[in-house]
Design a protein around this ligand. Structure first.
Ligand SMILES: O=C(O)c1ccccc1NCC(=O)[C@H](O)[C@H](O)COP(=O)(O)O
Length: 202
């Protein structure tokens, strides 16, 4: 999320969590001056997730101070000690794309993680580029699994039926351009998630 209006719409649509990107070179990277306005648009009981990829600890701490996230998401080669060092629950991204290690190793490497986010890119690569992976290859991780990578309204129901994740995460699939969310795509995505949830309870 880069605009308070998109945050408000997502909240109206009923999403559980909103992501704020601080990774270097991302088209979604936020400046500290944007954070207060974005934070004010997030109501209680909706998670604000701050996303980092190999940022220095001082940058993580500065973003936390202003954004006051409820969850952190680490996308790079950060180790467990670094990730837990900020005193907040964290999600660790596990690359599932080309060149990835055995994803099940994440369970041992990140004992402090609250959840794992499986994403379609390879190791060392950024996310948010619509790269999906084979949803039938979900490893046993012993923690809630968030499914990400190349999701859109066109495929999220199928992804949920196949992988049965704890949560789904989407970025480029609800954008009109990198960094610009599209209200209609957001609405369609949430509708499809609800449809899949309903059919899984029938
Ligand atoms: O969003 C970014 O620009 C980004 C940059 C560097 C590391 C991670 C990044 N995003 C990660 C996400 O949380 C995305 O939501 C996830 O990769 C899914 O993206 P998409 O495949 O575009 O739905």
């Amino acid at each position: 999320m880069t605009r308070p209006g998109d945050v408000r719409l997502a909240v109206e649509l009923g999403v559980d969590a909103l992501g704020f990107v601080f990774a270097a070179n991302s088209p979604r990277r936020l400046g500290l001056e944007q954070l207060e306005g974005l934070r004010q648009a997030v109501p209680p009981l909706v998670d604000a997730v701050a996303l980092f990829m190999d940022n220095p600890g001082s940058e993580v701490a500065a973003a936390i101070k202003i954004l006051r996230p409820t969850l952190l998401q680490f996308h790079g080669g950060e180790d467990d000690a670094f990730c837990r060092g900020f005193g907040l629950p964290f999600i660790k991204t596990v690359p599932m794309g080309k060149g990835a290690d055995d994803a099940a190793l994440a369970r041992k490497r990140y004992p402090s993680a609250s959840a794992f986010l499986l994403d379609g890119h390879g190791p060392g690569q950024p996310g948010g580029r619509g790269e999906r992976f084979d949803w039938t290859t979900i490893p046993p991780l012993g923690k809630p699994v968030f499914l990400a990578g190349g999701l859109s309204a066109a495929n999220v129901a199928q992804a949920i039926r196949t992988a049965r994740p704890y949560a789904v995460d989407v970025s480029s699939g609800i954008e009109s351009a990198p960094g610009t969310k599209d209200g209609d795509k957001m609405q369609q995505f949430v509708d499809e998630v609800r449809r899949a949830d309903r059919s899984s309870h029938e």
